[in-house]
Write a protein that binds this ligand. Structure first.
Ligand code: SF4
Ligand code: SF4
Length: 316
């Protein structure tokens, strides 16, 4: 299943879209991850990645970081493929999400637009109107490929069954965060998606940071799956290390890495919205307050924080 071991651009399945095997995952430049830097600072990190050959970035409406990405894209010396995502259910919301991305990123075309965090054929059916709208925008040329992102094996299978263009599944060497099966189940579904011609780029190769101590092994595993690997990178040192790994297989010690964790403030009201938003089922409400279940959080995505009306949750 190895597709490439260099930074040479590859075709993303049958989409006709060219991407670098390393995709810049931009969640670290989001308020969800307590990012407080200036757009220009994020733009500098992105520009360094582009200069080193990264030509693919992944974001989402939820990440609220288009300004930072625009700063980076304006400094790119090559065409950069951009993927974004939306939770939209309705036609109007899907169209608005694409327009927000086009305006926010100052681009006429958003290369890839995904329905965010789909679980199965059932949730995809529930987003049918939004999906239809995305394909309508594709027909008009505002979007080049349509797909979904998922932490679920059933989500990947739904993308294949629905004949989508792209799927963005969670896959890592320990199977951390796969919501409905084992690593092997996800591998099987990803292989089927690639066999069906979908463009595939995997996420959470380092398990939200939990696999950092075995980064070389974990990246080596992820690199074998899909056409590209989306990796969150916070500074130029991480960019240079990741690009170096994709070019040579060597990974220098990443001494600057800080262990992150999820923090819940004591003014939590226990409303439960964070627990509902967590696709991993990692949160529960006990005695009127949110807390992590005993198994903890394996992803540190910060999506629960976005759902909190009182800004109680941060991944720091
Ligand atoms: S608890 Fe929060 S950070 Fe952890 S997986 Fe759930 S939504 Fe993501
Ligand atoms: S959404 Fe915020 S206020 Fe509500 S239970 Fe979760 S942390 Fe507490």
């Amino acid at each position: 299943m190895v597709t490439t071991n260099l930074m040479q651009p590859v075709l993303l399945g049958n989409t006709g879209i060219s991407v670098s095997p390393l995709c810049f995952g931009t969640l670290p430049f989001s308020p969800l991850q307590a990012y407080t830097g200036e757009p220009d600072a994020a733009g500098e990190v992105l520009a360094r990645a582009f200069a080193l050959g990264v030509s693919f970035i992944d974001t989402a409406q939820l990440y609220n970081n288009y300004a930072a990405l625009k700063a980076g894209l304006s400094r790119a010396d090559r065409n950069i493929t951009v993927a974004s995502k939306t939770y939209a259910y309705t036609r109007e919301a899907a169209v608005a999400a694409v327009e927000e991305a086009r305006y926010g990123l100052a681009r006429d075309v958003i290369d890839i637009f995904l329905l965010h965090e789909q679980e199965s054929e059932h949730t995809l059916r529930g987003h049918g109107e939004a999906l239809e709208a995305l394909y309508g925008l594709k027909a008009k040329g505002a979007v080049r490929a349509v797909g979904l992102s998922t932490h679920h094996v059933a989500g990947v299978r739904a993308a294949v069954d629905a004949g989508l263009d792209v799927v963005h599944p969670l896959l890592n060497i320990e199977g951390l965060g796969i919501a409905d099966g084992s690593r092997e189940d996800m591998e099987e579904a990803v292989a089927a998606a690639m066999g069906a011609g979908l463009g595939v780029y995997v996420m959470k190769a380092l398990g939200g940071g939990h696999l950092f101590r075995q980064a070389r092994e974990a990246l080596g595993y992820a690199r074998q799956w899909g056409h590209s690997v989306a990796l969150g990178m916070r500074d130029t040192a991480e960019v240079e290390a990741a690009v170096g790994f994709f070019k040579t297989g060597d990974l220098p010690p990443l001494t600057g890495h800080k262990t992150r964790s999820l923090h819940i403030a004591d003014w939590c009201t226990g409303c439960g919205r964070c627990a509902e938003a967590c696709g991993s089922g990692a949160l529960e409400i006990v005695n009127g307050a949110a807390r992590l279940k005993n198994a903890g959080c394996s992803l540190l995505c910060g999506y629960c924080g976005a759902a909190c009306p009182d800004f109680c949750i941060k991944v720091i």
